[in-house]
Write a protein that binds this ligand. Sequence first.
Ligand code: HEC
Ligand code: HEC
Ligand code: HEC
Ligand code: HEC
Ligand code: HEC
Ligand code: HEC
Ligand code: HEC
Ligand code: HEC
Ligand code: HEC
Length: 358
Amino acid sequence: MKQTNTKITRRVRPPIISLSILICLFSWSLISQNAVTNNCTTECHKRTVKKDILHGPTATDCTACHETNGQEHPLEDVAGFTLFAEGAALCYSCHVEVEEEHNLKYVHKPVKNGECTECHEVHSSNDSHLVFTPAPDLCFFCHSEYEDKKATAKTVHKASFEGDACLLCHTPHASTQKRLLADKSKQLCLNCHNKIIKKEDGNLIANIEKHLNESSHLHKALKKRCTSCHNPHYSERDLLLKDEFTIGTYVKGIEENFSLCFGCHDTDLLNLETTAVGTEFREGDRNLHFLHINKDKGRNCTTCHDIHAANNTKLIATTVKFGRWDMPLNYIPNDNGGTCATGCHKEQSYSREVISND
Ligand code: HEC
Ligand code: HEC
Ligand code: HEC
Ligand code: HEC
Ligand code: HEC
Ligand code: HEC
Ligand code: HEC
Ligand code: HEC
Ligand code: HEC
């Protein structure tokens, strides 16, 4: 049974029972009830053992699963054999460990439904795990939107579609973790992002785990998972981001360009020219976020903050990228404000205690 990647939802079962097959099983049953496989497969059921890898019992004993029902075999339109158990129960009679996976908190729907043969071949296979085709194609068979998006999305996380693909992060049967994840969500990402990665276009991706380990302040947004901001599979934005966030030093300072951040943070920090509560980054009630960002050529959040983690309070970066320059910020906070001395301007201090003139 060959499987294709087209967007169908069910495999079509090929016509199976032919007269010749029935005749052969008949001669088999005449010889011995405990006949070895060869008696079934030399003449008739060749197809069951055609592929390279044989399912354990298929190699030795067809009657491990098929038992004679007393009818003569082969006879056209008369079944000479029944399976001694239906559906998954047949498999569980030997694969107790898979049945036990039902005890895990999250069980994959087709497994819960006992549809083992939606993914597995029962007799022989070209795959050592006896699946019709390896992931990701196996998964696309039902999750076809992933194949569609892979072709059309702006950015694709290659890791999700190459090598073991889906199975790098998901288990096929069941898991202790939500969404059938193979590990704790954040750890999954750090299992690979624990080194510098060179992309195909030659650009380097930073070692995220090292950066987190070396930073004293983590962004609370990534305490448990990276997926509050990144899509693990693909995205219509740069860097697999889930919502709008413009990359670069300068950006038009409107909230739509930072939707990612304002999904969790209050827009007052950007929109109010004066405020006594909307942000701590202010001179008296003069909002310094507004001052720096709210203009056509506004400064991006990343010209001051490191989104993942930093060694300063409030995620203020030690250095930020300005072209090829790692520009230092020299941020020193104090009880009422702070001081920056950067490439953008000489040392400047702000104090929330300053009384506004207007
Ligand atoms: C691990 C259990 C198992 C063993 C061992 C097994 N079968 Fe089957 N067989 C099945 C199941 C389950 C089906 C029904 C397949 C389906 O519904 O897709 C089946 C279906 C069949 C069919 C009808 C459909 C088809 O795929 O052609 C034939 C003929 C058959 N088996 C022959 C054999 C022969 C010959 C052997 C030994 C070489 C054998 N089987 C060994 C489980 C087994
Ligand atoms: C009569 C016992 C028996 C039955 C029934 C049986 N299996 Fe198996 N299965 C085995 C044996 C033996 C092996 C080979 C030993 C191993 O790999 O652990 C095996 C191997 C496998 C493997 C490959 C294991 C691997 O290393 O990846 C898969 C997948 C599998 N079986 C699925 C099924 C499914 C699905 C069914 C039900 C349709 C089923 N088995 C029914 C005995 C059985
Ligand atoms: C969604 C597809 C899918 C379904 C449904 C599925 N499996 Fe699997 N199964 C896999 C894949 C993929 C692997 C290989 C796992 C790996 O690479 O770690 C596997 C591995 C196995 C193995 C060998 C490794 C192990 O976990 O012990 C057995 C046995 C097995 N499956 C039996 C079953 C049985 C029994 C069912 C039905 C209750 C079933 N599978 C349903 C995809 C599936
Ligand atoms: C036979 C069809 C089928 C195949 C093949 C299949 N799935 Fe699924 N999968 C489902 C169904 C049905 C659901 C439940 C969808 C729902 O509830 O909306 C599901 C849900 C999931 C979920 C979400 C689980 C959750 O807790 O929300 C993940 C993750 C998943 N599948 C991964 C995979 C992977 C990885 C593969 C390939 C190894 C795969 N699936 C192959 C049918 C399939
Ligand atoms: C790099 C790790 C990774 C890989 C590889 C991966 N996934 Fe996922 N997948 C996840 C994470 C993490 C989630 C949970 C998303 C969340 O937390 O919002 C998820 C969720 C899902 C869901 C549930 C629906 C949803 O979006 O929440 C499905 C279905 C799914 N993945 C299918 C697949 C398929 C199919 C593949 C292979 C083409 C695949 N995944 C590859 C990490 C991965
Ligand atoms: C199996 C290894 C692996 C895992 C697991 C993994 N990644 Fe990746 N990731 C890569 C590789 C390789 C690249 C570079 C190639 C590419 O674009 O996919 C990459 C690239 C990225 C990029 C940059 C994409 C771009 O367009 O430049 C982001 C963001 C990312 N991963 C986030 C995540 C998140 C979030 C997770 C966890 C859900 C995760 N990764 C899990 C291997 C992995
Ligand atoms: C609060 C949202 C958010 C969370 C949570 C988050 N990221 Fe990011 N990530 C971003 C943004 C925004 C960028 C782009 C930063 C920039 O422009 O400098 C980015 C960039 C990246 C990049 C590309 C870095 C490069 O050198 O090009 C990778 C890889 C990445 N994140 C992985 C992760 C991983 C792994 C996690 C979890 C440990 C994570 N992210 C959690 C928002 C987030
Ligand atoms: C998923 C929700 C979420 C998203 C998305 C998010 N954040 Fe946060 N952020 C938080 C939480 C929670 C805190 C901790 C607030 C607290 O402790 O009061 C935080 C704190 C901060 C802090 C201050 C750190 C501190 O120590 O108080 C900064 C700066 C920050 N985020 C910037 C950003 C930027 C920039 C973005 C967009 C790229 C963003 N955040 C996206 C949830 C999020
Ligand atoms: C010019 C530098 C600069 C830029 C650009 C900047 N911030 Fe800040 N931000 C700060 C400083 C400094 C603080 C710390 C204020 C304090 O606690 O004294 C801060 C604090 C914060 C806080 C903590 C709560 C608060 O308002 O005090 C959040 C959340 C935050 N920034 C989000 C953002 C977001 C989102 C962007 C982009 C839209 C951004 N920042 C752009 C310098 C900047």
